[in-house]
Design a binder for this molecule. Structure first.
Ligand code: NAD
Length: 366
């Protein structure tokens, strides 16, 4: 059954990692390394069954292939899941995992994810260089949220251009769902450009902070969908673009940081399109953090990482162009962009063999 699934969705490798002493039970999935090493985080979760863990790691690894490719990174897609409750963690569990990651010799690079921390990545770093999101003192890029926020802002400008013919956010009304880590910084950029903010959050302090600092208008949790605004920025939860909410939207565009915004990808991206709403695909919009962390692999340089995040403007533009060219939704177009990049690179890599690749890499990093 597993090979059938791997063949059907073209997975490269699935690695089961066990360490009796620390209790480590982990699965590493590598979906595709055409563009480069597979980069994707390490999640710890108390899965109800091994099947559920396998399912999750395969789904997440494939998602990373598409995210990294659509973001224009030279990285493939992979992921790790550790089966267990976060309170079962230990230094030796992560060091044991680090050894397994190291055994893949750079085919897979790990990072933080749900229920794993910078400290956990530091333990992995004791055993392997193939880890990002480590402590800043080791040369890490630090908290990814501000960079994710900057990427959402850049994406929003390109989305505004698509929806309104002009990328300026000045005078635009932006409805923000959830003003947490990412959205607060995003609101700062939007506010500085002269947009009006309408915000909601289940946390009253977060709302108050946006009201005090950006003059935002606060609305109730369920009101955010139907407010009179130009752009809706979902920055809290998944599944919030659905049969109930889409008909309420008065905006002309959706662009926000949260993952899996569409309850059903095909159905609800089409529904948005039919309502004349430009949808900027979430996994591309929120790629600023992964673009930033990927720069660590070359020795972190903030200026270079920021420039790469600014290139998201063109990546989002390409998605809108593909959608129009192929007469498909922007969600489908984002997948198409990723697939075209992977296919395109297959041709390049077949042109000739790079015997001096290590020399080229060394020079590029200077
Ligand atoms: P966060 O927890 O700091 O912020 C989320 C905010 O949403 C919180 O303030 C929370 O109170 C609020 N919220 C929760 N339920 C809500 C509801 N029903 N209605 C309104 N507000 C609600 O998280 P974050 O790091 O800012 O991430 C926001 C989203 O972006 C998440 O979906 C996350 O997966 C995604 N994302 C984040 C990053 C990153 O770098 N942090 C990268 C990629 C994607």
């Amino acid at each position: 059954m597993i090979f059938e699934r791997m063949e059907h969705e073209d997975y490269e490798q699935l690695v089961f990692c066990h360490d009796k002493t620390s209790g480590l039970k982990a699965i590493i999935a590598i979906h595709d390394t055409t563009l480069g090493p597979a980069l994707g985080g390490c999640r710890m979760w108390d899965y109800a069954s091994e099947e559920e863990a396998i399912d999750d790691v395969l789904r997440l690894a494939k998602g990373m292939t598409y995210k990294n490719a659509a973001a224009g990174l030279n990285l493939g897609g992979g992921k790790t899941v550790i089966i267990g409750k976060p309170d079962q963690k230990s230094e030796f569990m992560f060091r044991a995992l680090g050894r397994y990651v190291n055994s893949l010799n750079g085919r897979y690079i790990t990072a933080e994810d749900v229920n794993t921390t910078v400290q956990d990545m530091d333990y992995i770093y004791e055993e392997t260089p193939y880890v990002t999101g480590i402590s800043e003192s080791y040369g890490s890029s630090g908290n990814p949220s501000p960079k994710t926020a900057y990427g959402v802002y850049i994406s929003m400008k390109r989305t505004a251009k698509e929806a309104f013919g002009d990328d300026s956010l000045k005078g635009k009304k932006i409805a923000v769902q959830g003003v947490g880590n990412v959205a607060y910084t995003m609101c700062e950029y939007i506010h500085d450009e002269g947009a009006e903010l309408i915000v909601t959050d289940i946390n009253e302090d977060s709302v108050q902070r946006a009201v005090d600092n950006f003059g935002a208008q606060a609305v109730g949790i369920d009101e955010i969908y139907s407010v009179d605004a130009d752009i809706f920025a979902p920055c809290a939860l998944g599944g919030i673009l659905n049969d109930e909410t889409i008909p309420q939207l008065k905006v002309k565009a959706v662009c926000g940081s949260s993952n899996n915004q569409l309850k059903e990808i095909a159905k609800h991206s089409k529904m948005l399109q039919d309502h004349g709403i430009v949808y900027a695909p979430d996994f591309v919009v929120n790629a600023g953090g992964v673009i930033n962390v990927a720069d660590e692999l070359q020795g972190y340089n903030e200026e270079r990482a920021t420039k790469k995040i600014e290139e998201m403007y063109d990546q989002i533009g390409k998605i809108f162009d593909i959608a129009k060219r192929e007469n498909i939704t922007t969600a489908e177009a984002a997948d198409r962009l990723a697939e075209e990049r992977i296919e395109g690179y297959k041709n390049v890599s077949s042109t000739f063999s790079l015997h001096n690749k290590s020399l080229i890499e060394t020079r590029k990093n200077k």
